[in-house]
Design a binder for this molecule. Sequence first.
Ligand SMILES: [Zn+2]
Length: 395
Amino acid sequence: MQFRTLDTALTVHQESNNHKLGFVAFKKFGSAATEPRDFRGISHLCEHLVCRAWDDMDDELTRRGVSHNAGTGDVSVQYFFQGLDAHIDEVTDKLLLREGPRNILNWVPSEAEFERERKVVIQEYEGYMSKPFNAMYVNLGRRYFDFDTAIGDIEVLQAMTYDKFIPFFLEQRSFDAFMRVGSSERSQSVLADFVAADPTPRQFLESTRPYMALVDTNRPVEFRSKSNGEVVIGDWLCFDDSVAPWEIAMITELFDAGVKSPLIDVLRVQHGLSYAAGMFRVGAPVPAAMSFVTVNPDNVDKARSLLHCVYTDWEKHITPERFATAVAGVRVQNQLKEASNYQWHNAGQAISAPLVNVTNALLDTFTYERVCSILSKFFVKENIRRAQVGEFLEI
Ligand SMILES: [Zn+2]
């Protein structure tokens, strides 16, 4: 740690860059988007059970200050360990090279472990679906794409047996990608490359579940949450392969970033209807952006029509100035990441969440005209799939 005295007599400290952070991750392609009908939610159960392989190392990991976690996404499942370089080396050796059944590549859980973890995952499902936003997200997937998301189908989880589970588990345990990075190699791009090693969700889905286009299933949806004080409404705004994932990320940035974002500006600042509003990218089952707004039940209709205006009157909100502001903000965020090793401190988060790296080089190719052509093509009625918790509506 270095200290420096500014002219103003304020003393600030500068942290050393030499964190010697190590990181190791395992990744399996194939998850919620590739699960057969009677295995929906089982990739997530597999994730829980793979993590039982290093149960016997818990004290050691704590003693070494190694943090670890795992995440099941729509198209892949990831496991990671983070800590000081030297400790990560030894932990990695143990995970991969030790003799016997607890080597991560040999591990098979017992029936008792399976039953215990199945209950945990069912409980996780109940908690997840009790949150309005999550329920809306899951119901959109079910209703329009016959897609259950990583949380799966409660009936599948309840009916799953050990014998049926094990072949699926063995397939899930054969990792497709492995990354070990030490502080000497530390750079944003190494992590970004690993995360980006996913086939793009669209290509992936076409090769595995070609029927996962818009299907309008009429499948009954499940509403676990009916809070009286707040309703969540939102939409999936669907794109196609002609729009790159990073471009979708930038579109959401245009609608979402800052208090002057169109969603916050219209719903909260101008009309005082909402506390939280935003938009983010969804990678599967189709390339899409998801908007959300929380409102009082009495204000649902009003918020709905305002939301619709934000999409259809996008030219009013997404001005060249707005475009320039959002792009400039992302450029600076990129500089901040490089300067502070931000991405390494948040590596776990980055690896478990679908992350799209909007580099400054990509931004150099991004123009306001491109934004206009994307929005005028896709921000139209046919591409909007509407949802709310407590009731399910279509346009
Ligand atoms: Zn879980």
